[in-house]
Design a protein around this ligand. Structure first.
Ligand SMILES: *Cc1c(COP(=O)(O)O)cnc(C)c1O
Length: 359
């Protein structure tokens, strides 16, 4: 067996030690006599897994008491529609920052439920910038301000928490949650699919401040109603138990790495190494303004498009896979989430230099 370096944007690379632990516990979890997949979600064994999952995420992100942490289904995509339905609370307007493909998607889905005020858009720069806060048009009557902290496709990241001018701040944190320190108390609501930086696909984390819950539209199905799910520890129906378990293992792995602060240092240096290599070369380039470059997703293009295919083929032959860019942008993209070891980044950099030398 030989495991490769997987630069996929999601589902994405897992910490190898977590996969090994899951393998070890596959047939029997602790002394339960059964696999997690076979357990009742309300039984005593799974209750331990669920409680530890909740506690570990709260600890890692220092979630304050007045927030609930929910584990839902439907992906971040479902939240594009569920956020307005749950927290508009009679309001007809919501503000959105449009900084890339994912905020664009959130905006178009929200339009079914409210008047969307696009407070700023960087579309005119092909989503390579984050326009300064002074240029944002924030409507103080709106129910909330929504933004995407890391644009997985365009490779643009907010490196500080935006000033929502008093509105509850809502964030799609799917592709950089747990990669850097955040102050949860600055947010009204945070949501994230788990398959980028927290585990396998199938779970959506929603962290929501208590006062924003309880005013959902009557048409919202109970399993998508934050207050209902909070009342039932996210077990209004059968949760994806095995995915919860795997997310739990990834959180314990992250604690062993020293938590969010330690992994952030690691992520800063991995990203710096890769961007330096790109900026030094004449073959590769990254279009994003330096101050807004993502630490998680690094898109880059080759000066000669006809080299794309040979680049990808040679990369794969060298054990470096899933580097093809998103179909919207073309080119390449290296996703270097928490689980990507620095050795993987160094191997990519060495390969890129060798490819440039020989082409
Ligand atoms: C991947 C991603 C999504 C969509 O996630 P799904 O789980 O496929 O719904 C939404 N927002 C961001 C920022 C993402 O990276």
């Amino acid at each position: 067996m030989s495991r490769i370096y997987n630069f996929s944007a999601g589902p994405s690379a897992f910490p190898e030690t977590v996969l090994k632990q899951a393998q070890q516990e596959m047939l029997e979890w602790r002394d339960s006599g059964m696999s997690i997949m076979e357990m009742s979600h309300r039984g005593k064994h799974f209750s331990i897994i669920a409680e530890e999952l909740q506690a570990d995420l709260r600890t890692l992100l220092a979630v304050p008491e007045n927030y609930k942490v929910l584990f839902l289904q439907g992906g971040a995509s479902a939240q594009f529609s569920l956020v307005p339905q749950n927290i508009l609370n009679g309001n007809t307007k919501a503000c959105y920052l449009n900084t890339g493909a994912w905020s664009d998607k959130a905006i178009s889905d929200a339009k079914a439920y409210c008047d969307v005020v696009v407070s700023v858009s960087s579309e005119s720069t092909s989503f390579t910038t984050i326009p300064g806060a002074a240029t944002w048009n924030i409507d103080k009557q709106a129910a909330y301000l929504h933004y995407t902290s890391n644009e997985t496709i365009h490779g643009v990241e907010f490196h500080s928490c935006p000033d929502s001018q008093g509105l509850p701040l809502v964030c799609d944190m799917s592709s950089n949650i747990l990669s850097r320190k955040i102050d949860v108390s600055q947010y009204g609501l945070i949501y994230a699919g788990t398959q980028k930086n927290m585990g396998p696909a199938g779970v959506t984390v929603v962290i929501v401040r208590d006062d924003l819950m309880g005013h959902a539209l009557k048409t919202v199905p109970p399993v998508f109603n934050y207050a209902e799910q909070a009342k039932h520890q996210s077990m209004l129906n059968t949760p994806p138990t095995y995915s919860w378990y795997l997310v739990g293992l990834v959180l314990k792995w992250l604690q062993e790495q020293g938590g969010v602060e330690a992994i952030e240092e690691h992520n800063i240096s991995k990203a710096a190494l890769l961007y330096q290599a790109i900026d030094r070369s004449t073959l590769y380039s990254n279009p994003v303004e330096i101050a807004s470059r993502s630490r998680m997703n690094v898109p880059f293009i080759l000066a000669d498009e006809s080299l794309d295919k040979p680049f990808l083929a040679a990369a794969e032959a060298n054990g470096l896979v899933a580097l093809k860019g998103h179909r919207l942008l073309g080119g390449m993209r290296a996703s270097i989430y928490n689980a990507m070891p620095v050795d993987g980044v160094l191997a990519l950099i060495a390969f890129m230099a060798e490819f440039e030398r020989t082409h």
